[in-house]
Design a protein around this ligand. Sequence first.
Ligand code: ATP
Ligand code: MG
Length: 727
Amino acid sequence: MNITTSSLLANLNPEQLRAVTYPAESALVLAGAGSGKTRVLTTRIAWLLATRQATVHSVLAVTFTNKAAKEMAARLATMTQITVRAMWLGTFHGLCHRFLRLHHRDAGLPASFQILDASDQHGLIKRLLKQWNISDSEIMPRSLQGFINAQKEAGLRAGALSAPDAYTQRLIECYAEYDAVCRREGLVDFAELMLRSYEVLHSNELLRAHYQKRFSHILVDEFQDTNKLQYAWLKLLAGGGAVMFAVGDDDQSIYRFRGANVGNMDALMRDFAVGEPIKLEQNYRSVGHILAAANAVIANNQKRLGKNLRTEAEDGEKIRFLHAIDDAAEAQYIVDEVRSLLREGYAARDIALLYRSNAQSRVLEQELFAARLPYRIYGGLRFYERQEIKHALAYLRLAVNSGDDNALLRIINMPPRGIGARTVENLQAAAQESRVSLFQAACTLAEKSPKIAVFVRLIHDLRARIMQDALPEIMNAAVQDSGLLEHYRTQKGEHQERIENLQELINAAAAFKPHESTFETLPENTADTPEFPLLAFLSNAALEAGEHQAGHNEDAVQLMTIHAAKGLEFDAVFLSGIEEGLFPSEYALNEAGGLEEERRLMYVAITRARQRLYLSAAQQRFLHGQRHYPLPSRFVDEIPEELLHLLSGSLNTVAPAEPTRTRRVETLNTARDFAGFAIGDNVRHAKFGTGVIVDALSKGDSARLTVNFGREGMKELDTAYAKLEKL
Ligand code: ATP
Ligand code: MG
């Protein structure tokens, strides 16, 4: 292009530019890892805003992780200098949560409804099975949990299911009962966030019309991993004629076990009349050897839509592969290498240790700790999933929502206050008989039982505090007045960490900014209620649990599963446990299509690395309480030999090029007039149809315009000759 592109669009290749400035028609970008899909999506939002084709209110953008959503918001803010806080930008769960908070009445939920995370849900299911006298040998709690979530993710309520056998019939009955309990107690599990939002939109015409009118542009990252329900939700929202812009990579579909449906790509093309998908073929992330390895591995899959990926980057170093004696030696090798990378000038946060299964993190963690290297683990046991934190928050959940039986059962005798199992059973019987919540039953029983009276008073006091005190004081009360802190202080055993965590919880409450949480778009009057900060805090704890670990500003080595690393990139990546049985996992090998899914996961893992990639396997591994003697993974064999550097434990490293990345503030001059046209204007041309002005250059009285005509491509036109009509 011989016209100087505006700086917002300056760093894009021609295909990326075409995608970013695509006119107001639905489009699908189908492209491999590191080809700039996320960059295109973010820049397109900025472009739509800067050219006033959309406002922060008319855009809905969905990404897969909270981390990705935050990064996108930050990048948008620098690119556009527009406050994007009010924008509906987030994860499916996050956006549905916001929707349900706003419309809880229409959704049939109490204003103070609480979110059940996976472990809360498991606890509730265990309790219910026990209450129904169903033993583990009849129905395992995990099986029922998996069943319920799978049905919800497929959009199916218990009433819509039919059973092929007696066992499934039981599961369906339990599902129905479970849902009834959640409704009664004002609890919403993760899958329910999505399903309930969908149902409300589906059945409530007024609300649907409102949102369909509101959103003119819907943008979805990682589209290949959407499931049927998520797609149906998007389709409902787009029903008012919104422009869909989806980006994805079929080779990176790794959530089949959660119902991800690559078929959604076909559905999108059909439902939204998308022509050919836009392809991006240049990889900007990885050096040549890494990209070649990724391409070679994924080529072994049969089911692919077919894409090419090339790079202009240098080959870089070979991929190192270590076959260590055991997992401890493997971890030691990794940590030694990390240390030498740090010495070379790599930043700790640009180094990632990825693994197939969470259980692998423990050895790595031990070794990092021993080496005194800062590290952060994503996933695993998160701060808000720790027992002591759950106890403290349960006090507040109950105080804010007295229907939350789950919370009551968690804390009625924690710390121990002499309320035994018998009393709890009586309480449950009384509640069931008079069809009231456990807390209501407790209030009645308090007249006869001084111990229960103490508990009831405690909750009432907390409730009073919630109405008048600030969040840190409320949290302090939940930690202190409840007796929890004292309990851990006086208990035998190692409780120092629990005590510190409880203190950290009070710090977290003090640092929490409710108006910057997912609640920010709530109407003023809702945000002004006394419970608002606490509700925001509790929801945040359930939804964004992983991202609030202690010390999160510290520069630290990143540890996470490959699933959690989706969409992210790091200068150096270590993949450990590349062993048959672990990766590909034993489970996957017994499943139809399982191996291909594992291979896609390997492709995702390899393509996270920019400059250095280290693979490792152990000859012996201690996992899940057993010693294994695995063979190296077939995925290692699938990497061409000339790309690999086989190690026998040696630690020689070569200095890499210094990573240079700078952030530019980009602006777009949309106000200027080019012979009556402006950048971002929609125009019509007799031959090419409708398009958007992407760039312009003044030439005295006329102007030379670059126009994106969508399927017709990018054209340069002179206003002196071309007949262009402004729309
Ligand atoms: P994934 O499939 O892993 O999600 P992706 O297709 O979303 O990858 P991005 O994360 O958007 O890819 O981009 C990969 C890297 O390449 C990023 O660091 C991005 O800034 C950089 N990049 C993308 N396009 C360009 C470009 N035209 N010029 C320079 N760098 C680019
Ligand atoms: Mg991406």
